[in-house]
Design a protein. Structure first.
Length: 196
């Protein structure tokens, strides 16, 4: 979460993720590294949350894409849809494993904030991303007709802690993404923890 958002980078990452998606769905890893050894540090690990995040951003910002980029996006989205349809049970299983994994790390973050409130604000952008990834999964589960009630309840419990911690404020990511993430659905992106 830097102030700068790069459409081209998101598109390249989405293409790379969809390239490995079937292997990911059929494998055991929940977080799968992709890419050449030299680019691992800039390429996020493949998870369905990370893939869905990029699908949303790029679909919402489609009008900003050049024609060739839009064609690449369409190809990646089609590859994603095909894998989801072909490997539905594997897809659903990965979604259901990712949410508790991410929420568990957030609970550790809350504990760290209680112990060291001063360190909480600088660490918050990573947690805001983590909560956004959970939301992307919940939205996808609803879209695909999967039962998300248990996972949504866990997210709501986490949100109780998150609301206690946050002070409302400005959108914390690039302004270019603000239209993609409205305040009512992604309120945790509009504020940060108190610094003292």
């Amino acid at each position: 979460m830097s102030a700068k958002y790069e459409l081209a980078r998101d598109l390249s990452q989405l293409e790379r993720m969809t390239e490995y998606l079937t292997d990911y769905l059929l494998g055991d890893a929940l977080y799968m590294p992709v890419g050449a050894a030299r680019s691992v540090s800039t390429m996020p690990q493949l998870t369905l949350g990370a893939l869905l995040l990029r699908c949303r951003r790029l679909s919402e910002l489609r009008s900003s894409l050049k024609r060739a980029q839009a064609a690449r996006l369409d190809a990646a989205l089609a590859q994603h849809e095909q894998a989801q349809a072909e490997w539905t049970l594997h897809y659903k299983k990965k979604l259901k494993l990712e949410v508790p994994s991410r929420l568990k790390v957030m609970l550790a973050f809350f504990a760290d904030c209680r112990e060291s409130p001063r360190d909480c604000a600088p660490a918050y952008p990573v947690e805001a991303l983590r909560r956004t990834l959970v939301q992307e999964i919940l939205l996808a589960m609803d879209e695909f007709g999967y039962d998300s009630s248990e996972l949504a309840a866990s997210a709501q419990q986490t949100d109780v802690e998150l609301r206690r911690l946050l002070r409302a404020g400005d959108f914390i990511w690039s302004q270019r993404l603000e239209a993609v993430y409205p305040r009512e659905g992604f309120w945790w992106l509009y504020g940060s923890p108190a610094t003292s």
